[in-house]
Design a protein around this ligand. Structure first.
Ligand code: ADP
Ligand code: MG
Ligand code: MG
Length: 903
């Protein structure tokens, strides 16, 4: 036989454990790399070898087993026999092995493992002869079971049923109580099951067992569970799995044997000290499967103090080495400890913060690294209040967890009642079929909102998340009757107005009565501005937030309209208001002002009222934000949300006409509504277009802002207003508005014998604005990317319609992996943002760049904004700590990427 040079030059398909290390997860899989690293560290890992992911990829590509694979496995087996002093298939000194899957990225429980490979009739008989009958049959039945299921595809429940039946027959409470005779019988039953199903018996040649087990592990990469998991986690489909072949060690070899899983710290609280479960006389899978309840690791300490100490030493070694929380599988065989697996441990958000900061205290990592070990999404969950746990409580109704949090209150069915009751000092929960922009006041007043319709991006959900209100949408079977002031649930439950309910927005559940609530200590500490706390998690969050503030390049501003929101935003660390949506000042009862504004003979009065209102509101807002910038966006009311519904109004008018009660006021209302009715409101008279049609609005709003500013400054206040023009598509729209604004500023200032400069920016929220950014930049002091509208107009889909009609189908069909209205679509919308940022800055160096809207507060989108070099993000007040933290983290990651690039 000749070997081509090409073949000898190829990388080996099999590596022994000591030949690998932790950096080789791509080739060896995460589990293999961990095993290799632990052998290097001198930890007691049973000897073994790894069939590489490359071998698996070759097999997956359809070419069968790659050339030389079995020869290499044979050679590695010989070596393994030498190291262990045992022989594969030898009844006198049998070597058994585990054949374990393990991919580059952890896919827990998604692929297959076959244990006890090498067990045969003659090996079992010899073990029985030596008095180890229970161990022999327990191991044998496990092999038959796993081989049957994994290699031959026999339905695993058939085996489980037999096991359950046998326990019942023998009166054994757990598998551990089954004696040797019972297990021998079980082995026979299992073998018959798979013979009947497959016509095959378990091969008595251990090498045949091994070969088929290896191929079965390769094949498990494409098992249904594994494929679904990868799709969900975004793990590429072509990586393949490694196969770890390791000498079996036996936790099922009597009372001084056992298996456990442990962590180097508590993964729930983050508290230091080893933490875990131990199950005597059991193999590892018994711990994970939950078939018997394990004991606390400390119990092992009492029974076997020396072992416990040895384990603790290894855990410390691992944690020092990996510089992070490790998760470890171990087995004790007749008093001897073996480590079978390690990986970075999954942890709760609270533990993530605490562990990161305590590792800094211990000198293991620095603050930059600690910051990269947590993220904004984790902080988000720590900011929400929660219900204290109560056993045995069943919810009244289930829905979608639309906005996390926990709240209770008296049920009300319309926003007016919500606001009125709140004004009386009551706590309310607003229940609606669905919400509309008119419900803003109610959403603001209520502690929680539940809706019978709508998904996770419905109006109620989006607004509630923005406001940090608890919200459950799509509550199954909830019928709300605002007129009868009554809601009903399936099963005849009726909920009259005023009844108290509790809403769990984190789980999407509604409960009867008032549940106890714990405010989030993290949120309290941040908003009180304390810098120390006895609570370890709180302390850790404060430490990492402070560090994030040092590192971040992005400023963090708030979207806010009221002084209360502004104050809350300041407490959370906002550096200004990046977006004041002035149309919010015209919601609720004031909505009619917009209607009057577009009614010809009522316009002057409406403008005067709008100006007076704006003066009061701007004054309060500027004062609350003293010393910090406040970006006031000119009026941008979606007309259809402010005008009456045309159909409803037509019907009312027709009825009135029939009854002879149609008056001039109603007629005029109808004609105005008809005049301004739009068939595509999303693309209609919005933003600067309204300001172009009715430029008097600019005058009223700018005059109010300038008057407020001059008065406050005269009284010694340091107020810093800025102006912003919405929904610009063409530079001429901007220059016209700008000229008008500057004229008013100059007029009002000179009337007060003073001068004033207000920076004027433009919202970039239409593709045409982004494409003509260079021209816009010549007339704008800053850009604020309105990524909500930019997403709608780039995709050409209205968010409400998409959410109602097809977004779910798109996600199911795999066309959309994420919701573009929640997480910025970098490829499309992001490309426009990058283009506009680049062209804008080229045309005007020093041009300010910001983003506002949902994406600015979405942790998953902040990395993009940081990379694009924006100056600031503006988000809803409750999101501010999240954005501060994530912006800091992204800055550290970017700096790291930059240094590794130049290296
Ligand atoms: P998973 O990836 O699902 O954790 P593993 O490959 O770790 O699967 O194996 C499943 C179980 O078998 C684990 O509990 C593990 O501890 C146990 N196990 C794996 N290899 C051995 C071995 N060589 N000796 C004893 N038990 C083993
Ligand atoms: Mg494992
Ligand atoms: Mg907009």
């Amino acid at each position: 036989m000749t070997t081509t040079p090409e073949r000898t030059a190829r990388r080996p398909l099999v590596l022994e454990l000591h030949e690998g290390d932790r950096t080789m997860a791509g080739l060896l899989g995460g589990k293999g790399a961990g095993l290799a690293e632990m052998s290097r560290l001198g930890l007691p890992v049973p000897p073994g070898f790894i069939v590489t992911t490359e071998a698996c990829r070759a097999w997956l590509s359809g070419g069968g087993e790659p050339d030389g694979l079995w020869e290499q496995i044979e050679a590695a087996m010989l070596d393994l026999e030498q190291r262990s002093g045992l022989r594969f298939g030898d009844p006198d000194a049998p070597l058994l092995v585990s054949v374990r899957s393990g991919a580059r990225f952890s896919m827990p429980g998604m692929m297959e493992t076959v244990l006890d490979v090498g067990m045969t009739d003659s090996v079992a008989a010899a073990l029985v002869d030596r008095g180890e009958d229970r161990f022999a049959w327990d191991s044998y039945r496990r092999l038959v079971q796993m081989y049957g299921r994994t290699v031959l595809g026999v339905d695993g429940t058939l085996f489980d049923e037999q096991l359950t039946r046998l326990r019942q027959e023998t009166g054994a409470a757990t598998d551990a109580e089954l004696d040797a005779a019972a297990l021998e019988r079980l082995t026979g039953v299992f073998r018959r099951i798979f013979q009947e199903r497959t016509g095959e018996d378990l091969p008595q040649d251990p090498r045949e067992q091994l070969r088929r087990a290896v191929v079965a592990v390769f094949a498990s990469w494409n098992g249904e569970r594994a494929r679904l998991y990868r799709a969900h986690e975004g793990i590429p489909d072509d990586l393949g799995t490694a196969v770890n072949v390791v000498q079996m060690v036996f936790g099922n070899r009597g009372d001084r044997s056992g298996s456990g899983v442990c962590f180097t710290r508590d993964p729930v609280s983050g508290a230091p000290g080893v933490f875990g479960d131990y199950l005597p006389n059991a193999q590892g899978e018994d711990v994970v499967s939950g078939s018997r309840s394990p004991m606390d690791l400390s119990e092992l300490g009492r029974r076997e103090p020396a072992l416990h100490e040895e384990l603790s030493v290894h855990l410390r070694t691992l944690e020092q080495h990996y510089r992070d929380l490790c998760d470890v599988e171990f087995t004790v065989e007749r008093g001897r400890l073996w480590i079978l697996q390690t990986r970075l441990g999954k942890r709760s958000p609270a533990a993530a913060f605490r562990i990161a900061v305590e590792l800094v205290d211990e000198g293991v990592i620095d603050l930059d690294e600690a910051l990269t070990r947590v993220d904004g999404t984790q902080l988000q969950t720590l900011l929400h209040p929660t219900f204290t746990t109560e056993e045995g409580l069943t919810p009244l109704a289930h829905g979608l967890a639309a906005s996390p949090g926990a709240a209770y209150g008296q049920l009300v069915f319309d926003s007016a009642t919500a606001m009125a009751w709140t004004a009386l000092g009551r706590q309310v929960v607003l229940a609606r079929p669905e919400t509309s922009p008119d419900d803003f006041g109610g959403l603001l007043a209520a502690r929680a909102v539940i809706t019978s319709r709508g998904g996770l991006t419905s109006h109620a959900a989006v607004v509630a998340r923005g406001l940090g209100r608890t919200c459950v949408t799509g509550v199954e079977g909830l019928l709300v009757d605002p007129v009868a002031r009554m809601a009903t649930l399936p099963g005849g439950v009726s909920l009259p107005e005023g009844i108290v309910v509790s809403v769990d927005g984190t789980r999407g559940e509604v409960y009867a009565g008032q549940r106890d609530i714990e405010p989030s200590p993290v949120s309290t500490a941040i908003s009180q501005g304390v810098s120390h706390s006895p609570d370890r998690t709180v302390r850790a969050v404060l430490t990492l937030l402070a560090h994030a503030d040092l590192r971040r390049q992005l400023g963090v501003m708030a979207n806010a309209e009221t002084p209360e929101e502004a104050r809350a935003a300041r407490c959370f660390g906002a550096e200004g208001i990046g977006l004041c949506r002035t149309e919010h000042m015209l919601l609720g009862a004031r909505r009619v002002l917009v209607e009057r504004l577009v009614t010809d003979d009522d316009r002057e009065g409406a403008l005067a009222e709008i100006e007076a209102l704006a003066l009061t509101e701007f004054t309060a807002l500027l004062e609350a934000m003293e010393g910090l910038p406040v970006v006031v966006r000119l009026l941008d009311p979606p007309m259809h949300e402010f005008l009456p519904d045309l159909v409803e109004l037509s019907v009312t008018a027709a009825l009135a006409d029939e009854r002879g009660t149609l008056d001039a006021a109603l007629e005029r209302r109808l004609s105005t509504t008809r005049r301004w009715h739009e068939s595509n409101p999303m693309l209609g008279l919005r933003g600067v277009r309204l300001l172009t049609v009715l430029p008097q609005v600019i005058d009223a709003q700018v005059r109010a802002l300038v008057e407020a500013t001059i008065t406050l400054r005269a009284a010694g206040h340091d107020v810093r207003p800025e102006l912003m023009v919405p929904l610009v598509a063409d530079v001429a729209e901007l220059t016209a508005a700008r000229e008008r604004m500057e004229g008013i500023v100059a007029d009002v200032a000179s009337a007060h014998d003073t001068s004033l400069h207000l920076p004027i920016g433009v919202m970039v929220e239409l593709p045409r604005a982004a494409l003509t950014a260079a021209a816009l930049a010549e007339h704008a002091d800053f850009f604020s990317f309105g990524t909500n509208d930019l997403t709608q107009t780039t995709w050409g889909m209205s968010r409400d319609d998409a959410e109602a009609n097809f977004l779910a189908a798109y996600r199911e069909a795999g066309i959309l992996a994420t919701d573009p209205f929640k997480t910025l679509d970098e490829a499309g919308v992001g490309a426009l943002v990058e283009l506009a940022a680049r062209d804008g800055r080229r045309a005007r160096p020093g041009l300010g760049l910001g983003a506002c809207g949902e994406h600015a507060g979405d942790p998953a989108s902040i990395g993009f904004f940081a990379r694009t070099g924006l100056d600031y993000l503006s988000c809803s007040p409750p999101r501010i700590p999240v954005v501060r933290l994530e912006a800091g983290r992204q800055a550290v990651l970017l700096a790291g990427a930059a240094t590794s690039d130049t290296r």
